[in-house]
Design a protein around this ligand. Structure first.
Ligand SMILES: Cc1ncc(COP(=O)(O)O)c(C=O)c1O
Length: 368
């Protein structure tokens, strides 16, 4: 059989998880799996939401509209954009990964620029779509080179995966304005942001001003529903939206109706809002305690946070993958997330800090 080889690689992080589970089985020892990118302080409690859903209905059992259920798109418009956009500009996707793949497929740009430390899926998605890519060292670099980047696209991920750092919102908006005005497409992929924010967050509404911005969002991280495979994209650009809608149809034939109704209930009902708020509060609390513990014990790699704040759900620690493994802690070497100076990056590791604090302390005390 002949195949099209794009050069994209299966996720190495999945492989690390499999290896760690094998090691745990062989040794009989417990491991702390901080290599993963999921919120594990708590689950979102859906027990009061499920009774609100009628499973014996066409709503659940029959094909949903291609661009997503109107009820959910209106709920997203209200929650994220304070009803300042048209729900026609919102498309429900099967999560951030699928949404980004279709964005890259739909966009015609010379090149897409990603940050020096980046989520590995970006480059693989670009390889699959034969889209050239490059990396930028800092937001300052983008600011200084905005003119040269005309006709290209950049991905902004804040808080960043893998670094887990947050930049100042005003500075980010200034940068977006400059890029937008220089005909650079901004792919705003910040699925960790809304874990730390609620409905009062103004960022998405502020981004509506810019016609070259495409927002890609996900419910995997902000409300812990990675198993439901659901997210959305938004842009003002009518031509992009028309083509995206067609690509979405032949890629998905509509997104799981149960996941759509579940998220709609979480965004609009009293029970749903409480469940989301409780999840966010407990998760943020666990994350903050874990980062504080790392800082107090000089385990946080401070050099990565000179002009930004470590907020999670990931951070970079000044221990290598092997050093952490000796303490039965799973991580991912920072060298997996960069093409720049990989040897130096291998001295550091990315860990997920969204886990229960006492357990985290118990494992990390072995390194203190
Ligand atoms: C930066 C970033 N964007 C998007 C995603 C996509 O998440 P999902 O496909 O679960 O929505 C992830 C997941 O790890 C991510 O880290």
């Amino acid at each position: 059989m002949k195949i099209n080889e794009t050069g994209a690689k299966y996720s190495a992080i999945v492989g690390i998880g499999e290896k760690l589970r094998e090691m745990s089985k062989e040794s009989g020892k417990e491991y702390l799996y901080l290599n993963r990118g999921v919120n594990a302080v708590t689950n979102i409690n859906l027990s009061k939401i499920i009774p609100l859903i009628d499973f014996n209905s066409n709503d659940i059992q029959v094909y949903p509209p291609n661009n997503g259920r109107l009820g959910l798109r209106n709920a997203i418009n209200d929650f994220y954009f304070h009803s300042k956009t048209s729900s026609d500009n919102i498309f429900i996707t099967n999560g951030g990964m699928g949404g980004l793949d279709l964005i890259v497929k739909t966009l015609k740009v010379n090149k897409i620029h990603i940050s020096k430390y980046y989520w590995g899926a970006y480059t693989n998605i670009m390889k699959i779509n034969s889209t050239p890519f490059d990396s930028y060292n800092s937001f300052d670099y983008l600011d200084k080179h905005a003119e040269q980047l005309s006709g290209d696209a950049v991905i902004i991920c804040d808080p960043n995966n893998p670094v887990g750092d947050k930049h100042d919102d005003e500075e980010l908006l200034k940068l977006v304005r400059k890029l937008n005005d220089n005909n650079v497409v901004i792919i705003w992929d910040s699925p960790y942001r809304l874990l730390f924010e609620d409905k009062t967050d103004k960022m998405y509404e502020s981004l509506l001003e810019f016609n070259n911005v495409i927002i890609s969002e996900s419910f995997s991280k902000s409300i812990g529903l990675s198993g439901q495979r659901i997210g959305f994209i938004h842009t003002n650009d009518k031509e992009f939206n028309k083509e995206f809608n067609t690509n979405l149809l032949y890629s998905t034939n509509g997104i799981n109706a149960f996941a759509q109704i579940l998220v709609e209930k979480l965004l609009t009902t009293e029970e749903g809002i409480k469940a989301s708020d409780d999840f966010k509060r407990d998760t943020k609390d666990g994350i903050a305690k874990n980062i504080e513990y790392l800082e107090e014990n000089n385990l946080l790699a401070k050099e990565f946070y000179s002009d930004s704040k470590p907020i999670g759900i990931f951070v970079i620690v000044n221990k290598s993958f092997d050093q952490l493994l000796e303490a039965n802690i799973g991580s991912v070497a920072l060298s997996f997330f960069t093409q720049t100076n990989k040897e130096e990056a291998a001295k550091f590791a990315r860990i997920c800090v969204s886990v229960e604090h006492n357990k985290f302390k118990d494992f990390f005390s072995r390194l203190v």
